[in-house]
Design a protein around this ligand. Sequence first.
Ligand code: G3H
Ligand code: 13P
Ligand code: NA
Ligand code: ZN
Length: 328
Amino acid sequence: ALISMRQMLDHAAEFGYGVPAFNVNNLEQMRAIMIAADKTDSPVIVQASAGARKYAGAPFLRHLILAAIEEFPHIPVCMHQDHGTSPAVCQRSIQLGFSSVMMDGSLGEDGKTPTSYEYNVDVTKRTVDMAHACGVSVEGELGCLGSLETGEAGEEDGIGAVGKLTHDQMLTDPEEAADFVKKTGVDALAIACGTSHGAYKFTRPPTGDILAIDRIKEIHKRIPDTHLVMHGSSSVPQEWLAVINEFGGEIPETYGVPVEQIVEGIKHGVRKVNIDTDLRLASTGAIRRFLANNTSEFDPRKYLAVSVEAMSDICIARYEAFGTAGNA
Ligand code: G3H
Ligand code: 13P
Ligand code: NA
Ligand code: ZN
């Protein structure tokens, strides 16, 4: 069944677990997420980015999610718009039938330029007023994703600041978070703690100085009733990097957010955990290996089936680690 994010995260908070929010762009990702949710009896958030809308088109994405709900009616699904860049973008998603939207006012309408606090409060509050009138939940974001290691904001493509950020911009301030939640009425708050989008988060396995789980604890202490969201939460599995590189890929050494650190965050108020890159890596690794080992095969269903299986295994591992399993 389609449910709002608020309803889903209230349950997660009551029972102390986290819900993965997986990005979807196509049929294979959608099926992998749902097959895994079904196997583990997990509620799930499926989210579509602007890039996903560009790739698949809004009607296809909408019907992909509705098809998932039809095929798996016993699984609670939240249909979420990831990183909306304006109230107008969020309004269109609400009209399309999304049960939740993210108004990311930490960045401007280009999805790249950091904004003022006042701007962020204004666009987020306007989105909350509109969305709540329609029974739709809202996620806001305070702070910018970026590397505490290098001061670099992150990727050139997709959503995220570009260029240099200060240490303060990359760590959400607990007092400001409290004021932001009070002024906007958001249902969930994305915070910055040193993670960034994509595969290149850390050049070494992260320690507390570059992945600030302690900051999450301080924010949770200040606003214990607010559902926190961790973006850039892919773990960048070393096994899949090795498979990609063994079968013709060239991905340099890189590290993600260890699952144990996410679990620590979940103990301190993190309820929504955004994951996209891990499914991309698993899918690419599985397809590269399959095609290298089956050189005369040309039926896309054959190599796409192994990608579904690889993505589904990642989803199962996350549902189990985050305590989502058994809560559908
Ligand atoms: O926000 C980041 C997600 O990984 C979405 O990425 O913009 O390439 O679809 P995308
Ligand atoms: P990853 O790139 O770490 O998977 O993060 C995805 C995300 O935060 C989507 O909003
Ligand atoms: Na989001
Ligand atoms: Zn994100």
